[in-house]
Ligand binder design. Structure first.
Ligand SMILES: NC(=O)c1ccc[n+]([C@@H]2O[C@H](COP(=O)([O-])OP(=O)(O)OC[C@H]3O[C@@H](n4cnc5c(N)ncnc54)[C@H](OP(=O)(O)O)[C@@H]3O)[C@@H](O)[C@H]2O)c1
Length: 250
């Protein structure tokens, strides 16, 4: 397994779930890690637990993203690994989806991610690694998830284009697409507990491995993509879904 000492990694949304587990793993392998999040208390607490640098930034706001880039330039001077993990999920059928619902998902999951890449690019070393956290939801046709699915599908498209645009700088650009992962995300979907339990049961039973992933199982794949172990991999999507997407028909 590649050692990551001397690497600087940025993990957006690093105070919880997949981002937290990834920050923990990268730090264990020697990287200096910056985590971001909206909530100062949560970011500070996670940063202390992890031994990371915590910077408060709403990744959906361009002013915050610019401030974040300035703080990283001043504190670290460079970035080697950028994990675009911060994201929100909420569901609504098309008939009742509001403009606010649309904007809240697209502003963070697409616009914020896109401009985080843009603003951090001048700091990203040639030979660096960018990883988008997308979702198999982008291709599953789950009712009520049209806007969330579209936001993740947009990242998959951006992933391919940026792989090409950044290849002259030897920056590798990839996506990790998790299936269901046990994180606080599900509690934020706006579903009642019994709806959530039912949804979780149906989802889990469709997974060939018959369970949700742990955040650490996704972190392992991000670690791989971030490191020289994946030195010949760019422009691709690694699906981490326990076989969910090959179980669609029977
Ligand atoms: N869990 C799954 O099954 C699953 C499956 C596929 C893909 N994903 C993707 O994985 C990523 C991480 O999700 P998770 O499951 O680990 O959920 P999570 O535990 O809720 O983590 C999401 C992280 O993003 C942060 N965040 C949310 N809005 C933000 C904003 N505007 N600015 C900065 N940070 C913000 C959250 O901080 P707060 O504490 O402030 O909310 C939190 O740290 C998301 O992009 C999600 O779409 C998750």
């Amino acid at each position: 397994m590649s050692n990551l000492s001397n690497k600087v990694a940025v993990v957006t949304g690093g105070n919880s779930g997949i981002g937290y587990a990834t920050a923990k793993l990268l730090i264990a392998l020697g990287a200096k890690v910056i985590i971001t999040g909206r909530n100062k208390a949560a970011v500070d607490e996670a940063a202390v637990q992890l031994g990371a640098t915590g910077l408060v930034a709403d990744q959906g706001r361009l002013a915050d993203i610019t401030r974040l880039a300035d703080a990283i330039r001043t504190g670290f001077g460079k970035v080697d690994i950028l994990f675009l993990n911060a994201g929100v999920a909420s569901f609504s059928p098309v008939e009742t989806a509001s403009e606010e619902h649309y904007d809240s998902l697209m502003d963070l999951n697409v616009k914020g991610v896109y401009f985080t890449v843009q603003k951090l690019l001048p700091l990203l070393n040639d030979g660096g690694s960018i990883i988008f956290n997308t979702s198999v939801n982008a291709v599953l046709g789950v009712p009520g998830s049209s806007i969330y699915a579209a936001s993740k599908a947009a990242l998959l498209a951006i992933n391919k284009v940026l792989a090409k645009e950044l290849a002259p700088r030897k920056i590798r650009v990839n996506a990790v697409s998790p299936g269901p992962v046990t994180t606080p995300l599900y509690g934020k979907l706006g579903m009642k507990q019994e709806e959530l339990d039912g949804f979780g049961q149906i989802l889990g039973s469709k997974v060939l491995l018959n369970r949700f992933a742990s955040p650490e199982e996704v972190a392992n794949v991000v670690r791989f993509l971030a490191s020289d172990d994946a030195s010949y991999i760019t422009g691709t999507e690694l699906t981490v879904d326990g076989g969910l997407t090959v179980n669609a028909v029977v």
